[in-house]
Design a protein around this ligand. Structure first.
Ligand code: B12
Ligand code: SF4
Length: 587
């Protein structure tokens, strides 16, 4: 039997049988490039692949979610049956994948009972014991935010023998079916040995002749956004976020964030710039590592003459001096910032410690310095936020657009915090302290919630200030009002605004229909009526509150370095043939 890879990493859809089910997912993916199936795989898949490759292990990534989205006929079971790695890996990084991850794992085990299967990602790390205890088809969970090296040790052990007890960060089941939790000791202090290398991925696409298996999201070829990472962990403590300093301590044993040295990060951007003409987002506020770090990064970027659009996210508004430095270093710079609410008290309580005056000062300076675009993200479902407060936030957008909107470079977004309060966040651990009520706690409860017919029932929480229904209603009201405002200020054309409005109204009416159907006591009849809505539910689930297209930064037609690809194609093909002829990687 031919082994094409040592480790195969599979990315599941949110709900495994989404192609058959009738679910109004609503705005769960409005603010990310993915569809509600969350077909984007964790970027960590690529660093795992690159790292293990350095040690001679072949890793293949297969984006099952994307393949299922692209073709109704894509047969998951048939595809899985053909694979024979040393180890299968499935991400349960984002909790909304819980249904898809578990279903896919069951299929893998059905066809390959003797090949071990590992889970990983933040949600797996949080629920590691429950996963191993309750789901016999999962053999291992690799915990933590940096699994590259422990995975290398595990693969080496599988190949050469040894004891599972010696693998750091691993949770596993022993012969007596007891859950064993190895110490979480692999927590690197910096990211200098970890790489997000797009050229490595391109080589893999060629090696496995599988473009869709590696494509990050459905529309990537029309809008190929890329990411450069400066950090694992975070210095902030936003209450509902599962990636805070608090959550990382608890879930990943990370006492402080790990950064990538600025010169290496600048080099990463330069490499993307030379190979792809795609927008680059620097994930993680570069000010988190301190001023010296941020200034050095900008100096290096200036030296590298980056031409691609670069988006930087800021957790607090940067100073005028710093904005000047950005403008000098990056000709096409964009900014993202999430004030969450217009109300400073609500914002501060959430964990964003700045006032409107500071933010407006930043908008003024950044726009004056030629910032190509500023995205402002606001949220619904916050502690102390009432229905009225949500509407007041939209009123504040009018003020902002009147003051800064002329150049059409300021784009406000508002969306509910959906679908779940992150496991491991402060609001999840101490809901009463922040006025939250959490409906689901266990993995199984989340799995079942994901099958609910509309996003109102999927929503894992309500607050002291808004019920689930009010969160839903205020989301549509705010979405409609913002859509009109965007048309009025010329941020979207009136025809598009009308279309978006129609879709939002239809989505709302369908939510009401689903509510009525949910009252039918006969389950079979309920299911029959829900299926009746299926045909148009799908299109109502994309861009429900915000138009996804509006997330795209200004860019030109993208280009790939074709010479580079052809050169690599040749090398990889020759190496591949050499391996098959001389029997390496065979069992
Ligand atoms: C960048 C980011 C994004 C990017 C994703 C880029 C990408 N492709 O990974 C974008 C903006 C698209 C995004 C989207 C979402 N995100 Co986000 N995101 C982050 C952020 C800020 C950083 C993540 C990061 O640094 N990753 C580091 C990279 C290098 O590692 P990694 O991908 O996590 O992989 C490592 C490990 O996790 C592990 N691992 C992962 N998978 C697997 C699988 C196996 C088998 C193994 C062994 C190991 C393993 O090993 C990897 C390498 O060491 C965190 C917050 C934070 N401070 O961490 C939130 C965070 C991860 N996101 C979160 C959420 C909720 C979402 C969304 C669901 C939000 C939404 N409703 O739209 C979507 C999901 C989108 C999708 N799947 O399509 C939550 C997750 C909470 C939870 N437990 O569910 C976090 C914690 C905070 C937050 N609320 O934003 N996100
Ligand atoms: S939401 Fe807050 S805590 Fe979470 S990653 Fe962003 S800045 Fe950090």
């Amino acid at each position: 039997m031919r082994r094409e890879a040592d480790l195969i990493l599979l990315h599941p859809p949110t709900v495994y049988d989404f192609r058959e089910k009738s679910i109004l997912f609503g705005p769960i993916s409005d603010l990310v490039p993915s569809s509600p199936i969350f077909e984007m795989y964790p970027i960590g898949f690529t660093s795992i692949s690159e790292y293990l490759n350095r040690y001679g292990y072949q890793v293949r990534i297969i984006n099952i979610a994307l393949k299922m989205l692209q073709s109704k006929r894509f047969d998951v079971e048939k595809a899985i049956r053909k694979l024979h790695p040393l180890l299968f890996g499935i991400d349960l990084h984002w909790m909304p994948h819980v249904h898809g991850s578990l279903a896919l794992a069951e299929i893998v085990k059905k066809y390959h009972p003797h090949i071990p299967l590992i889970f990983g990602g933040l949600s797996s790390s949080y629920y590691h014991q429950e996963l191993i205890r309750s789901y016999p088809f999962i053999d291992y969970v690799m915990r933590g935010d940096s699994t590259e090296e422990p995975l290398r040790q595990l693969l080496s052990m599988i190949k050469k023998g040894g004891s599972l007890e010696n693998i750091p960060n691993l949770t596993w089941r022993d012969q007596g079916c007891r859950v064993r939790v190895n110490p979480l000791t692999h927590v690197p202090v910096n990211l200098n040995d970890i790489k997000i290398d797009y050229s490595h991925i391109m080589k893999k696409v060629i090696r496995y002749r599988d473009l869709s298996g590696y494509t990050p999201y459905q529309n990537w070829f029309s809008y190929p956004a890329t990411a450069a990472f400066n950090v694992r962990g975070c210095t902030h403590s936003c209450k509902t976020c599962g990636g805070t300093a608090y959550a990382f301590r608890k879930i990943c044993n990370r006492q402080k964030p790990a950064f990538r040295d600025p010169e290496l990060l600048a080099q990463d951007l330069k490499t993307i710039d030379r190979q792809l003409n795609a927008p680059i987002i620097i994930i993680g506020d570069i000010m988190q590592a301190g001023e010296n770090y941020a200034y050095q990064l900008l100096n290096d970027l200036k030296r590298h003459k980056i031409r691609n659009p670069v988006a930087m996210e800021f957790f607090t508004p940067p100073s005028d001096d710093f904005l000047n430095k950005i403008a000098e270093a990056i000709p096409h710079f964009n900014i993202e910032i999430s004030p969450e609410s217009h109300d400073e008290q609500i914002r501060r309580a959430f964990g964003r410690p700045y006032g409107n005056k500071d933010m407006e000062q930043m908008l003024d300076t950044a726009l004056r310095l030629g910032c190509k675009r500023i995205d402002l993200f606001f949220m619904i479902g916050l502690s102390n936020q009432t229905y009225q407060s949500v509407l007041d936030t939209v009123r504040y957008f009018r003020y902002l657009l009147e003051r800064f909107g002329k150049s059409k470079r300021l784009i406000p977004f508002i969306s509910p915090y959906v679908p779940f309060i992150d496991p491991g966040s402060e609001a999840f651990e101490h809901p009463e302290k922040f006025g939250y009520k959490i409906f689901y706690r266990t993995v199984e409860e989340y799995r079942q919630a994901m099958e609910s017919p509309s996003w109102k029932y999927v929503l894992s929480y309500e607050t002291k200030w808004m019920t689930r229904q009010q969160i839903v209603d205020s989301s549509y009201d705010a979405g409609l009002a913002l859509n009109r405002l965007k048309a009025e200020f010329g941020l979207i054309n009136p025809k598009k605004a009308k279309k978006t409005e129609k879709r939002m109204i239809s989505a709302r009416q369908t939510m009401n229909k689903i509510d009525k159907i949910m009252l039918i006591p006969d389950i079979a009849e309920r299911e029959r009526q829900l299926q009746g809505l299926k045909s148009y539910i799908r299109e109502l689930s994309e861009s429900t509150i915000c138009e996804k297209k509006e997330l795209e930064w200004p860019t030109q037609v993208w280009r790939m370095n074709v010479g580079w690809i052809l050169k690599n194609w040749f090398h990889i093909e020759v190496w591949h043939r050499f391996q098959s002829i001389f029997g390496q990687n065979q069992t």
